[in-house]
Design a protein around this ligand. Structure first.
Ligand SMILES: [Fe+2]
Ligand SMILES: [Fe+2]
Length: 337
């Protein structure tokens, strides 16, 4: 790596820095943003800063022990998979960030990396309180379906991450949209279904879900749309994007169906899961400016559960820090580039 990587007085103007390709001068200047959404998302991520210690997990073991056997299995299998997602995302983001050119977008990615690490810490805190951390983190060794989902998530991340072209960069960004916008969603709704029985897990997931869906997903939606706008993307790449989200839907439903068939929960059906994942996938496609391709249905009960917990105003008794209630989401436009 030569010195220009860090400092290049003959590099391009800050306002000319694209996401893919170029030679930046080496400054991170929050007062000169080419896009504006990057600064808005950075500010929102900072405003939402939280720490695992803010969640009351003192009764988690007692509450967990009162769950039915199926509920306990769902709890463990859900956290086993979600914790992999965050571990993988941290590593992927470090690779994606290295390939990006615009220094302000890279700065926002740095903050996202920190938040994914915070999510990993939160699983450790929660599962330690629950007394089954080692067991849950080792489940991938014993469960073929869990191992298969992790493997496929990792393969999507790895497939295009060499940054050799704008098209590959776009496909890499799509892997992150799938992670933030598809692979977490059934897991979140499972924990919300257990709800008041395990308030520690529910509240931890509320915070994680808010990061993933209120800021990380919008960040990658904007990165995706910007790469697409700044480069001449081939029609084959767009076709590959559709294939990637079809794969993501299949991967999410395979694991979802497996959990449901093995550990049934009252009120949840294959059809409910399919409608939920299809609706989310259509929404993600619309967000990135592509056509929805999955069978559409009314907003499902599981979607409503997830949406309900995205609202910061319903956080009351369990949190004592004022910073989490000073939530500033509504006034910020995240799609303003
Ligand atoms: Fe995360
Ligand atoms: Fe995330």
């Amino acid at each position: 790596m030569d010195i220009k990587h860090y400092y290049n007085p003959h590099g391009e103007e800050i306002l000319d820095e694209k996401i893919f390709g170029g030679s930046p001068s080496g400054f991170v200047d929050f007062n000169r943003s080419k896009y504006r959404w990057d600064v808005n998302i950075y500010d929102l991520m900072n405003a939402n800063t939280w720490f695992p210690s803010e969640v009351n997990t003192s009764a988690e073991k007692k509450n967990f022990d009162l769950l039915t056997e199926n509920e306990q299995a769902i709890y463990k299998m859900t956290f086993a998979q979600l914790s992999f997602n965050d571990s993988a995302q941290e590593e992927y983001l470090s690779d994606f960030r290295r390939l990006a050119n615009n220094r302000l977008v890279k700065a926002v990615l740095s903050l996202q990396i920190m938040q994914e690490v915070n999510h990993s810490k939160s699983y450790a805190v929660l599962l330690d309180a629950c007394g089954n951390s080692e067991e849950v983190f080792n489940l991938y060794k014993h469960d073929a379906a869990l191992n298969a989902k992790n493997q496929q998530v990792a393969e999507q991340f790895a497939k295009y991450i060499d940054g050799g072209s704008a098209d590959k960069m776009l496909l890499s960004a799509m892997a992150s949209i799938n992670l933030e916008g598809i692979y977490f969603l059934l897991g979140f709704s499972y924990i919300y279904l257990l709800g008041d029985k395990v308030p520690g897990a529910r509240d931890m997931i509320k915070f994680i879900a808010r990061d993933e869906l209120n800021t990380h997903l919008p960040l990658f939606v904007n990165i995706f749309k910007t790469i697409k706008k700044e480069n001449d993307i081939s029609s084959q790449t767009i076709e590959a994007i559709y294939c990637m989200i079809e794969d993501a839907v299949r991967i999410e439903l395979e694991y979802g169906h497996y959990l449901l068939d093995t550990y049934p929960i009252m009120g949840v059906t294959h059809q409910l899961m399919e409608q939920t994942v299809y609706n989310y996938a259509n929404d993600r496609l619309k967000k990135i400016g592509l056509d929805p391709i999955f069978e559409a249905s009314d907003t499902t009960y599981l979607q409503k559960l997830v949406t309900k917990h995205l609202d910061m105003n319903d956080v009351k008794s369990n949190f004592f820090e004022s910073n989490v209630s000073n939530y500033a989401k509504s006034s910020i436009d995240l799609n303003d580039f």
